[in-house]
Design a binder for this molecule. Structure first.
Ligand SMILES: Cc1cc2nc3c(=O)[nH]c(=O)nc-3n(C[C@H](O)[C@H](O)[C@H](O)COP(=O)(O)O)c2cc1C
Length: 194
């Protein structure tokens, strides 16, 4: 079983990556093959809206680091998507990745009705874990962002979606690491993926 961790925080060894790594640690302890990718280190561009993927759904023609990563994500059994909350939503790095999931959306014209139908070529049935880290202490404050991430996972055909929400970091990189309960939850969610 392959589990990929995607860290959408530009800060390495901070709260988001710590929790993503804890989920991966839990999965690895049960025998999963794991890998973490720091999105900030990739050479990547946002979706250009070129629509080339509509001719060949599942393939992005951009020649950057995200195109092979999108293929790798499609081959994994579970996806741990981590993002800090930036301006009430996900980080730019995370949004760039999610926009590029557009390549998995195919379109088909019905010759009888003339209607265009959409379909998704991303392999369904993957387990998702969404990790978020925020400065504010109120866990309900960014529910719209969490709902949106849940919608993304649903559209991607998720078999299950678990949430690990870290609040009140006060800009302290070690805040999540010092939260034993949350760290234990992250490891246990990781173990349950396998
Ligand atoms: C550009 C920027 C925007 C932020 N916006 C928010 C916000 O809207 N709400 C919030 O609670 N925290 C906000 N924060 C704080 C981060 O969410 C918080 O420090 C988080 O723990 C960072 O995760 P990291 O340690 O993994 O980098 C923001 C931080 C930055 C740098």
């Amino acid at each position: 079983m392959k589990v990929i961790g995607l860290n959408g925080s530009p800060r390495k060894n901070a709260n988001t990556s710590t929790l993503v790594e804890a989920v991966l640690k839990g999965a690895a302890a049960k025998g999963a093959e794991t890998r973490i990718v720091n999105l900030n280190e990739l050479k990547m561009q946002g979706c250009q809206g070129c629509e080339a993927c509509k001719k060949k759904p599942g393939e992005c023609v951009r020649k950057d680091d995200l195109s092979p990563l999108l293929q790798e994500i499609g081959e994994c059994d579970a996806i741990v998507l981590g993002t800090p909350i930036y301006w009430f939503h996900v980080s730019a790095q995370t949004k760039t990745l999610i926009d590029r999931f557009y390549c998995f959306l195919g379109e088909e014209k019905n010759s009888e009705t003339g209607e265009t139908n959409s379909y998704f070529v991303f392999p369904s049935g993957k387990k998702f874990v969404i990790v978020t880290s925020q400065g504010d202490e109120n866990p309900e404050l960014y529910q719209p962002a969490l709902d949106w991430l849940n919608l993304v996972a649903t559209i991607m055909g998720a078999a299950s979606t678990e949430f690990i929400t870290h609040c009140g970091s006060a800009n302290d990189k070690a805040s999540a690491r010092n939260n034993a309960e949350l760290m234990a939850k992250a490891e246990s969610v990781g173990a349950s993926l396998v």
